[in-house]
Design a protein around this ligand. Structure first.
Ligand code: UD1
Ligand code: CA
Length: 462
């Protein structure tokens, strides 16, 4: 197998985005466009990646840190000039082929990349451009073929005559090169054009003049070429991708009766018979079981949900929810909330960095933080694990089948043994043994006739 790398061009400012960030940081379904491109490259099995940064380079370098090698293009002198910035990287590494990609074309996919490589290698081309046939080719470089149908040049919109402008096969911006041929072709590009830029696309006619074999591989997925220059186009891409993902899910057994406000990350696995209701956003790193009801208005991030669970108006991040759970409305699961099977959390319940055992019920207005809660525990309304003393965080431990009365404060660190009862309104500071009843509140006193004597009211208001 050949050893290949990718060079991703991401130096552009994207003036029409009106952004302080590099254009490739504009997000498509909550992920910067560059991340979509990187994911396609990795999925195609290409491990070595060099990204050419330029406008607001430091933002992109920080974003890519540890994931890709970067080189800076200090002046934007065109796509050919951008690739030249990677020359040292290419010279000092052993590669057979180089894939050039535009960082602002987030729909490029691994299948198109791999099929184009196979086409490139099997035909022994020095350069294979990935092309696509699209309805409206305006703005793209056109693929020019000779009378035999052989690919011979790319002509940019600005340089195209009337006939050339009619061509609807366009350059996606993605192309495979044999590494050594790329380096030699780059040295021959000039900036003799109306914009005074070094066009990477000029390599085609240079190669053809030198009788080198070049090809154009037409992508089966024409969307692979789509890019966004404005936020309006970004919205169109978001809609297109959102719809594609929802359609794929629906065809594998997920019900989405109304797609309004439903946004789901591409990698999400969702089991059959699960229903997703409006206003639900499932970001990256989530896995949902079968036969669940998620939503309305639920936001999940890095969260897994077991089969048969219901999440109504839940916000969860870095959380695990077991099977047959019933959460909501208005539940907040913060990082490391791990809920077992058959857990119930009702309105205004927050769980953070805690384990909650099977069949435990936390029905109303409760905070469970930094705690280990057993199975079958019942939390009364308004229980608080007091996990922070102003300096340090401490844990609460609650055994199985404990009954915690309403408005209990568990002052951490503290533990409650299995089957214990805690009287409502208690502030628990010391260990409660198993099977004990803890009452930690002052005894009620009644003072008969006190109101009649003291007359604490002013005049009656009604
Ligand atoms: C380019 C192609 C065009 C193709 C289109 C596909 C050229 C000359 N034209 O045009 O044939 O149809 O892509 O979308 O290659 N970049 C840099 N540094 C620069 C200039 C650009 O890093 O100096 C980066 C941009 O950030 C972008 C990519 O290169 O990610 C493409 O540049 P852009 O200016 O968008 O090229 P297009 O005009 O779209
Ligand atoms: Ca572009």
């Amino acid at each position: 197998m050949s050893k290949n790398c990718a060079v991703i061009l991401a130096g552009g400012e994207g003036t029409r985005m009106h952004s302080q960030k590099p254009k490739v940081m504009a997000e498509l379904l909550f992920k910067p466009m560059i991340d979509h491109v990187l994911a396609a490259v990795k999925k195609a099995g290409i491990k070595d990646v060099c990204v050419v940064t330029g406008y607001q380079a430091q933002i992109l370098e920080a974003h890519l840190s540890g994931r890709a090698y970067t080189v800076r293009q200090t002046q934007r002198l065109g796509t050919g000039h951008a690739v030249m910035q990677a020359e040292d990287y290419l010279r000092t590494h052993e590669f057979d082929n180089v894939l050039i990609l535009n960082g602002d074309a987030p729909f490029m996919d691994s299948v198109t990349i791999s099929e184009a490589l196979a086409y490139h290698e099997s035909r022994g081309f020095v350069q294979t451009v990935i092309s696509a046939r699209i309805e409206n080719p305006y703005g793209y470089g056109r693929i020019v073929r000779d009378f035999n149908g052989d690919f011979c040049a790319i002509v940019e919109e600005a340089s195209a005559d009337k006939e050339t402008k009619k061509i609807n096969e366009i350059n996606s911006g993605a192309m495979w090169f044999r590494k050594n041929d790329l380096l030699s072709l780059l040295s021959k590009i000039t900036n003799n054009n109306s914009k005074g830029e070094y066009y990477l696309t000029d390599t085609v006619s240079i190669a053809v003049n030198e009788k080198l074999r070049v090809g154009a591989y037409t992508a089966k997925n024409a969307d692979a070429v789509l890019g966004a220059n404005t936020r309006l186009q970004l919205n169109e891409l978001n809609e297109l991708l959102r719809r594609k993902i929802l359609e794929r899910l629906m065809l594998t057994g997920v019900s989405i009766p109304c797609t309004d406000g439903v946004i789901i990350d591409n990698e999400t696995e969702i089991g059959a018979d699960t229903v997703i209701l409006p206003g639900t956003i499932i970001k990256e790193g989530c896995k949902i079981g079968e036969n669940c009801v998620i939503g309305p208005n639920t936001v999940l991030y890095k969260t897994s949900v077991g089969d048969n669970s219901t999440l109504n108006q839940v916000q969860a991040e870095d959380a695990v929810v077991g099977e047959n759970a019933n959460l909501g409305p208005f539940v907040h699961l913060r990082p490391n909330a791990v809920l077992g099977d058959h857990v119930h959390c009702g309105n205004f319940v927050e769980v953070k960095n805690s384990n909650v055992g099977d069949h435990t019920s936390v029905s109303h207005l409760t905070y469970v933080g930094d705690s280990d809660i057993g199975k079958g525990v019942n939390f009364g309304c308004g229980v608080v694990t007091v996990n922070f003393n102003g300096k340090t965080k401490n844990r609460c431990t609650v055994g199985d089948d404990v009954f915690i009365g309403c408005n209990t404060n568990l002052i951490a660190p503290v533990s409650v043994g299995s089957r214990a009862y805690i009287a409502a309104g208690s502030t628990i500071t010391d260990e409660v043994p198993s099977d004990a009843l803890a009452i930690a509140r002052s005894r009620q006193q009644n003072k008969p006739g006190w109101v009649l004597r003291k007359k604490p009211y002013r005049d009656k208001k009604y």
